[in-house]
Design a protein around this ligand. Structure first.
Ligand code: F6P
Length: 547
């Protein structure tokens, strides 16, 4: 396939660049009173995505949709629901959409409908959750489980950890969920210090079951448990596994009867809908997990059946192509105005940056255009008092994505009004700013003299004209969260199709793992190490001197 930048419609888009940049957001809104209604898109009856405060026009949007057609996006989307080999470097399909299909649906891979096996595993998960919730699954002292510790990292941690935090108001099953991912023992030690071994269940989650952080933490947890119960035969009451690698699970010492399975066609960062979501189902209840799946499935259907011009994930992806590849804006700030979404930016970082941080196309050729943006963020209003200064007046323009919820779960109406007021204000300030005349008038009203006004005014002018998107939902519930996550999954996928990259592998993380193995050996040896570059040798020497 011809690369994005050689596509005639991409070339045409570049010709729009100057014209679009010359028109400020203030002008756009002044000239078009219907701009909001034309650029605010609906997903079902619970979500609105306002793309009106972006530097684009109807013509640009239409051209982007044509570009997507030229780049065969429609068949690619269809392939996401069945036979595909999107992950060609690993010879794997990407079929996470099958994880949230209803029973009776069909997703055929290599001639086999995978939906029945998905539902068979869901049924096992449900039965297990019910046993834990009913107090039938008991620890070594005969007591019910009260704490679940998920041991996993990356996709085997971020999704469940983010969802459990996001849906904290729904934690009503008497189960506390904890997450241990880091190789820094500080995390494991601090979790173990707060739980009772007799009532704790460890979920060792790893697609490969070889990831060093997870295996190291799991072995340490096992030793801690054994030290407490003193009986090897009791350990199995406290460990279950989630993996695609039954042999490694068994080798670790977890019976495969206590293993929940998922499949090679589920990428780690797309896996929270599978058995990787076990901590979610345990902490929130299985029916809430099902609502999460249903929300994601609704977004899948929207992606599959909505014309590009109204298709929310497609539009978000096309907008990012416009911002990144035409306007040169290579960073995206994610700002959820919901404290429970505090892990959402970290989750999206893995989803998008591990998927689309790629430099070669599907033929293995170097790409000649930008691919995945730098994704970062923080919850509002906290971010406002930290780094929003740069968003408003800094020399770089960062497109901002605000996520807000009309209703709050908490009975603090004043807080919620202020929270939403702040979110709306940020998008407004970014777009429309404050010009020199307004600033001078304000300073004059404060009684400043002409000289002081002239000195201060430049620092107080806000140019505005900075793009943002606002996503608004009625409330943060399992269904809406499922849809929101799937929305970002599909945005990531569509970006990958247009960039013609493999969004489903992650070879870039392998070299560091290999080098770490050598360095860990060197750290275990007190002698002088000389086999590395001089910086590494020097730092090793210093660590050894100080340890
Ligand atoms: O190192 C990156 C990575 O492979 C991610 O893609 C993955 O989500 C994470 O590590 C954990 O992998 P696993 O589930 O196999 O332990």
């Amino acid at each position: 396939m011809t690369s994005l930048v050689q596509q005639p419609r991409f070339v045409a888009l570049q010709e729009f660049k100057q014209r679009e940049q010359a028109m400020s957001l203030s002008q756009r809104f002044a000239e078009d009173p219907e701009r909001f209604s034309r650029f605010c898109f609906a997903f079902g009856s619970h979500m609105r995505v306002d793309l009106s405060r972006q530097h684009w026009s109807n013509e640009v949007l239409a051209l982007l949709c044509e570009l997507a057609r030229d780049m065969k996006l429609a068949p690619a989307i269809e392939a996401l629901f069945g036979d595909n080999r999107f992950n060609h470097t690993e010879g794997r399909a990407a079929l996470h959409t099958a994880l949230r299909m209803p029973a009776g649906a069909s997703a055929v891979l290599d001639g086999v409908n995978v939906v029945p096996q998905v539902h068979a595993e869901l049924a096992r998960l449900r039965a297990f959750c019910e046993r834990v919730h009913a107090g039938e699954w008991r620890g070594f002292g005969g007591q019910p489980i009260t704490d679940v510790v998920n041991i996993g990292i990356g996709g085997s941690d971020l999704g469940p950890a983010m969802v459990v935090e996001a849906l904290a108001p729904y934690l009503d099953r008497g189960i506390r969920a904890h997450f241990v991912s880091n190789m820094d023992a500080a995390q494991l030690a601090s979790v173990l210090a707060t739980v009772d071994p007799a009532r704790t269940l460890f979920v060792v989650s790893s697609k490969t079951f070889t990831t060093d952080e997870t295996m190291t933490n799991a072995r340490a947890a096992r030793a801690w448990l054994l030290a407490a119960c003193g009986d090897e035969t009791q350990v199995k009451k406290h460990f279950v596994a989630v993996s695609t690698n039954a042999a490694a699970v068994q080798e670790f010492g977890i019976d495969t009867e206590q293993m929940f399975e998922f499949w090679s066609w589920v990428g780690g960062r797309f896996s929270l809908w599978s058995a990787i979501g076990l901590p979610i189902a345990l902490a929130l209840g299985f029916e809430r997990f099902e609502q999460l799946l249903a929300g994601a499935h609704e977004m899948d259907e929207h992606l599959r059946h909505t014309p590009f011009e109204q298709n929310v994930p497609v539009l978000l992806a096309l907008l990012s192509i416009w911002n990144i590849n035409v306007l040169g804006l290579t960073s995206e700030g994610i700002f959820p105005y919901s404290h429970h979404l505090k892990r959402f930016p970290a989750y999206l970082q893995q989803l998008n940056m591990e998927s689309n941080g790629k430099g070669v196309n599907s033929l293995g050729e170097k790409v000649t255009h930008n691919t995945g943006p730098v994704v970062w963020g923080e919850v509002g209003t906290n971010g406002q008092h930290a780094f929003f200064q740069l968003l408003h007046q800094g020399s770089q323009v960062v497109p901002a994505e605000f996520i807000g919820f009309a209703r709050s779960t908490y009975d603090y109406p004043e807080h919620h009004r202020k929270l939403l007021g702040n979110m709306l204000a940020q998008a407004q300030a970014l777009a429309f700013g404050k010009n020199r005349t307004q600033v001078e008038a304000e300073l004059a009203a404060e009684g400043l003299n002409t000289e002081a006004i002239a000195r201060l005014a430049p620092s107080k002018v806000m140019d505005g004209n900075r793009p943002s998107t606002t996503m608004l939902c009625d409330e943060l519930n399992p269904h809406n969260l499922g849809a929101l996550i799937a929305l970002y999954e599909h945005k990531t996928f569509v970006q990958g199709v247009l960039w013609n990259i493999n969004s489903f592998d992650q070879w870039g993380v392998e070299l560091g793992k290999k080098l770490a193995a050598r360095l860990i050996t060197d750290l275990a040896d007190d002698g002088v190490t000389t086999r590395h570059d001089s910086a590494t040798n020097g730092l090793l020497a210093q660590i050894k001197a100080w340890k």
